[in-house]
Structure formats: structure tokens, C-alpha cells
Ligand binder design. Structure first.
Ligand SMILES: CCCCC/C=C\CCC/C=C/CC(=O)SCCNC(=O)CCNC(=O)[C@H](O)C(C)(C)COP(=O)(O)OP(=O)(O)OC[C@H]1O[C@@H](n2cnc3c(N)ncnc32)[C@H](O)[C@@H]1OP(=O)(O)O
Length: 292
């Protein structure tokens, strides 16, 4: 169902599924390539590595979200895969979060389509039957952080330039309740109150101390650590682990599922406000200015 919706979304946004290519890597492994998401089976049996490849900053465009969901769905349906490592192909950036241009200067129909894609992506990641380990090899604000928080385990590169957190208030935005729930479930209520209101972005040592990530390791060991953690998780039989995961996460996901349409309407009303549009434009302008 989501796959069909995703395909329709890709067609609407002009992305041709026919451009997906399959090739054989050096180790003979099959390697699926989309435009923006690359899926590589790994040396660890049953484990794939998804690399975000939406330069320059892996922002979560509609096309990226659609490809990502389709990739995850394919891996879930392929019984040879039990776990996935999520990482980035863009140096120094895991994901810059939601694409600000998708939320700026567009019409309500576009905002609805975009927000549904964001919701569907989160539900797919958060409730995945696969073991998901985030190998966070770069900065990861807002929606990028949400993806990592929705995985089962997080390994972050020990680079003081990398920051992670939900910084929505710094953009003049209110964090959606399911972003908030995901953070609260990870770092607890009090730490979330402070982090969310102040829009804090944490360097690795602080992210570790808060429990926002599970491990901080040297940058060149992020992926190998994620793969060895995966081995530990895959030692548990899938059905008991999946039932346990579902038991823990279901209430949080159901909260969004139950209010999905209202959440879309809230997003449209909020993002369409002149004041919010102005804030986003200024924020984008400031990103440009900092280069000069
Ligand atoms: C009451 C009811 C309320 C209901 C409310 C509902 C919803 C509202 C909330 C919506 C939730 C939003 C969550 C989000 O994810 S918002 C996005 C947050 N992201 C950020 O703040 C990151 C912004 N980017 C950066 O800080 C930096 O770009 C960087 C990621 C640290 C990378 O820095 P650097 O390597 O120096 O690269 P540049 O800054 O030069 O960027 C290159 C290029 O990319 C553009 N860009 C960067 N981030 C984004 C983005 N998120 N979306 C779109 N485009 C982005 C940047 O503008 C540059 O473009 P140009 O080369 O054209 O200048």
C-alpha cells in the first residue's frame, strides 16, 4: 500500500522508477541504486547499508522521502534482510532535516503531500520490523535527528563539529508532537523540555551523556561499529524482538496514526502563515549569507 502510494508520489514528482539500476559490487553483492538513496548488501549476512545521497546536505525532499520509504519497504519484503544500517554518503552531514524549500512558497496541496510523506517516512522507520542502526557520520539537525532517534541504536562519529538535536524553535517552528514523543522516549521528559524549547544541538559528548546516542566512536569506525552492534541485535530471534519492539513503540505510533489527517491540516495552517513563511525565508537567506 505505502509502496503503491510512494510510486504514485514519485510519478507525480517526475521521478522515473525505471532509472533504478542494479549492479554488482566488488564482492559480487547486488547493489541497488536510486538517485538519492543507495542500498548496499554488506559483508554481514542479512544486513544492508542504506546510504543517503541527496547532496549537498541530504535534506529530506519529497523525492528523497519517497525513495527512502520504497527502499525500506523492499528490504522488509526481502526475507534475506534482517537489519539495515542507515548512514550518509555526504561528507560531514548525516541529514540537514526537512527540506526548507518544500515548506516555503508552495501551495496547501503541496504542503499536504509533503507532510504526509514525512509522516509515512517516520512511521516506516519507527515501526520497521528490521533492526535499524544509525551510523551517524555527520551533523544531524531536526528531521535528520528524528530519523536517527527512530532507529533501534545510534552510533555517532566523535567529531566536535557534528551536532545533533531538534532545533525547530531556532527556525521559528513548533516541533510536531510525534517528533517530541520520539525524543521524550529516548532521553526522557525533563531533558526534552530543555532541549526542545531551546532548540539545542548537541556535540557528540553531550549527545552521549543525554542518551541521545548509544555510542560515540572515532569517525572511521562508525560503520564498522554499527555492523558489529547489528550482529549482537541479530542474535535475538526476529519474532520475539519484533513483538517486543512493537509493544514498546505502538502507542507512540498510534498517536500519530489516529490524528494523521488533523496533523496534516495543522501543518498546512501553521506553515502557510505569513510570519512562518517569513521566518523560513530569513533562515534560508542566513544559510546563504554565512558563505560570504
Ligand atoms: C501548532 C501546531 C504546530 C504544527 C507544526 C508543524 C510543523 C512545523 C515543524 C516542521 C519541522 C521541521 C523539522 C526540520 O527538519 S526543519 C530543517 C532544520 N534543518 C536545519 O536547521 C539545518 C539547516 N542547515 C544547516 O544548518 C547547514 O546547511 C548544515 C546542515 C550544517 C550544513 O552546513 P554547510 O556544509 O556549511 O552547508 P550550507 O549551509 O552551505 O548548505 C548548502 C546548501 O544546502 C542548503 N540547505 C541546507 N540545509 C537545508 C535544508 N534543511 N533544506 C533545504 N536546503 C538546505 C543551503 O541553503 C545551501 O544552499 P545554497 O547552496 O543554494 O546556498
Amino acid at each position: 500500500m505505502a509502496l503503491a502510494a510512494g510510486r504514485a508520489m514519485l510519478m507525480r514528482s517526475g521521478v522515473r522508477l525505471g532509472t533504478q539500476a542494479a549492479a554488482r559490487g566488488g564482492n559480487g553483492a547486488r547493489r541497488f541504486m536510486n538517485h538519492r538513496v543507495v542500498v548496499e548488501p554488506n559483508t554481514v549476512p542479512g544486513v544492508a547499508v542504506i546510504k543517503f545521497k541527496n547532496p549537498p546536505v541530504n535534506s529530506l525532499t519529497l523525492e528523497f522521502l519517497t525513495e527512502f520509504v520504497i527502499c525500506l519497504e523492499k528490504l522488509e519484503n526481502d526475507k534475506t534482510f534482517r537489519g539495515v544500517v542507515l548512514t550518509s554518503d555526504c561528507p560531514g552531514i548525516f541529514s540537514a532535516g526537512l527540506d526548507l524549500r518544500e515548506m516555503c512558497g508552495k501551495n496547501p496541496a503541496h504542503y499536504a503531500e509533503y507532510w504526509r510523506a514525512v509522516q509515512e517516512m517516520w512511521l516506516k522507520v519507527y515501526l520497521s520490523n528490521l533492526v535499524l542502526v544509525a551510523a551517524i557520520n555527520g551533523t544531524s539537525p531536526a528531521g535528520g535527528c528524528l530519523i536517527a532517534l527512530s532507529c533501534d541504536y545510534r552510533v555517532l562519529a566523535d567529531n566536535p563539529r557534528y551536532r545533533m538535536g531538534l532545533n525547530e524553535t531556532l527556525l521559528g517552528l513548533v516541533v510536531p508532537f510525534w517528533f517530541k514523543d520520539t525524543l521524550v522516549n529516548t532521553i526522557g521528559h525533563r531533558a526534552s523540555e530543555r532541549a526542545l524549547q531551546l532548540g539545542l544541538l548537541f556535540p557528540p559528548a553531550e549527545a552521549l551523556q543525554l542518551g541521545m546516542v548509544d555510542q560515540v566512536v572515532p569517525e572511521d569506525q562508525v560503520q564498522s561499529t554499527a555492523l558489529s552492534v547489528m550482529t549482537q541485535w541479530l542474535a535475538i530471534p526476529d519474532h520475539v524482538r519484533q513483538l517486543t519492539k512493537n509493544m514498546i513503540r505502538k502507542a507512540t505510533a498510534d498517536h500519530l496514526i489516529k490524528h494523521q489527517e488533523a496533523d496534516i491540516q495543522n501543518f498546512i495552517n501553521f506553515i502557510s502563515r505569513d510570519s512562518i513563511q517569513k521566518s523560513l525565508q530569513v533562515y534560508l537567506e542566513n544559510l546563504k549569507q554565512k558563505k560570504h
